[in-house]
Design a protein around this ligand. Structure first.
Ligand code: PSV
Ligand code: MN
Length: 396
């Protein structure tokens, strides 16, 4: 095995980081602030630029429109700030859950004015995408109800179909719509897009450039996520991922901190599809984690490096051998083929790749030995004070 054989895989494996992962966040019970946390979009892009410089794997940054594009912001200027930090604006995430008008939902709300507000916001997000050069519009809807009988589920479904179809019609030809699902939270009785099947139907109705977004934290316990992934790929409906790990619900823990084998199995299905001749190059790999207790930059680096390692392990699976074992119905042989790849040490391959790119051999160690976090902790609190920011809920 020659490490350089795997370099093209690592070159192609780029993972988008979320602007909100650098900001202070918390649970609904409280928010523990960090001096080095980013508050402004400039600071978030500065942090994203650092992660990209250290890893060479994160050239784009997901943005959340209300949090990153305050009214009056010039999106082209934000794109320029991103470029100054060596990154680009990635997926545009409309915020369809924070405004008071969305109390009963956004695109599926029974209230016409809420639907109009949501639609106008989506159109604004499409414009921001065009101005920043982004071609991903990423929907997550908090829409749902809290009590049986609260609203007519079919009427809500039809409103959502109409809204997503008109958003799809409004997108330029280069743009792809990603549709995320989640079984519960903040709605606790029914969520309008509760699972991958509902998201897939919605995408099919919206149009050919609508694809399902799999957030690994958005499943009920025990769900076989890699099966969902394989199924969606085969139906040409997999748009991408929001990666994070979880123990109970949408916990936003760092990727692989709880179940690295689960992440490996997802990547294995993607590599299996590639081996079958499917073009998997358009799958959008994105991180969606809000780091509550860990230092944000360190948590992001842990995540990116873990993603690279687990992806590489999936690239190591001996697929000829696996096919032979499968043909012979040799379950143990087949499973051991996967386990051999999962337990292989891929660090030497990653180090060789980093060396070839002039990247730090150990990005996390390099960060921890630098003064990057201390420097941010020195200057950022003053900026927050001058702007009159107070710690509260939310991510902005
Ligand atoms: C919702 O839980 C979610 O996964 C969506 O992707 C949001 O955009 C993101 O988290 C941030 O709240
Ligand atoms: Mn998500």
């Amino acid at each position: 095995m020659n490490p350089t054989d795997f370099f093209p895989h690592l070159d192609a494996f780029q993972i988008e980081i979320p602007s909100w992962g650098f900001a202070d966040t918390g649970t609904r019970f409280g928010k523990f602030t960090q001096d080095a946390a980013a508050s402004t979009v400039e600071e978030k892009l500065e942090d994203a630029g650092l992660v990209n410089r250290l890893t060479g794997a994160c050239p784009t940054v997901a943005v959340h429109v209300l949090w990153d594009f305050k009214p009056g912001t010039d999106p082209q200027q934000t794109a320029r700030i991103a470029a100054q930090n060596g990154v680009k604006i990635g997926s545009i995430n409309p915020n369809l859950f924070q405004d008071q008008g969305y109390k009963f939902g956004s695109l599926a709300s029974p209230i016409q004015s809420a639907r109009d507000e949501a639609h106008a916001h989506v159109l604004q997000c499409i414009e921001i995408g065009q101005a920043t050069g982004s071609d991903l519009l990423s929907f997550w809807l908090a829409d749902g109800t809290n009590y049986p009988g609260q609203d007519d589920i079919i009427a809500r479904k039809k409103r959502l179909e109409t809204a997503l179809k008109s958003a799809h019609d409004a997108m330029p030809a280069s743009m792809t719509m990603l549709v995320e699902y989640k079984p519960f939270e903040p709605a606790f009785y029914h969520t309008d897009l509760a699972d991958w099947g509902m998201a897939a139907f919605m995408c099919q109705k919206a149009g050919p450039r609508a694809k399902v977004l799999v957030d690994t934290g958005h499943h009920l316990p025990g769900a076989n996520i890699e099966h969902i992934v394989a199924f969606l790929i085969d139906e040409n409906l997999l748009g991408g991922f929001h990666f994070n790990d979880r123990k109970y619900a949408d916990d936003d823990l760092t990727l692989g901190s709880i179940d690295p084998y689960g992440v490996f199995r997802i990547f294995h299905e993607i590599r299996n599809a590639a081996r079958r001749g499917v073009d998997v190059s358009q799958i959008a790999y994105m991180i969606d984690q809000s780091h509550n207790l860990k230092p944000k930059l360190e948590a992001m680096l842990q995540t990116v490096v873990t993603a690279q390692e687990l992806y590489l392990k999936a690239c190591l699976v001996d697929r000829d051998k696996l096919a032979e074992f499968q043909a012979k119905t040799d379950i143990v042989g087949a499973e051991e083929t996967l386990r051999a790849a999962f337990y292989a040490d891929v660090k030497p391959i990653l180090s060789a790749w980093r060396e070839s790119k002039g990247l730090p051999l150990d990005p996390l160690k390099t960060l921890r030995e630098s003064d990057e976090i201390a420097r941010r902790a020195q200057v950022r609190p003053q900026g927050r004070k001058e702007r009159g920011e107070v710690a509260g809920g939310g991510y902005a």
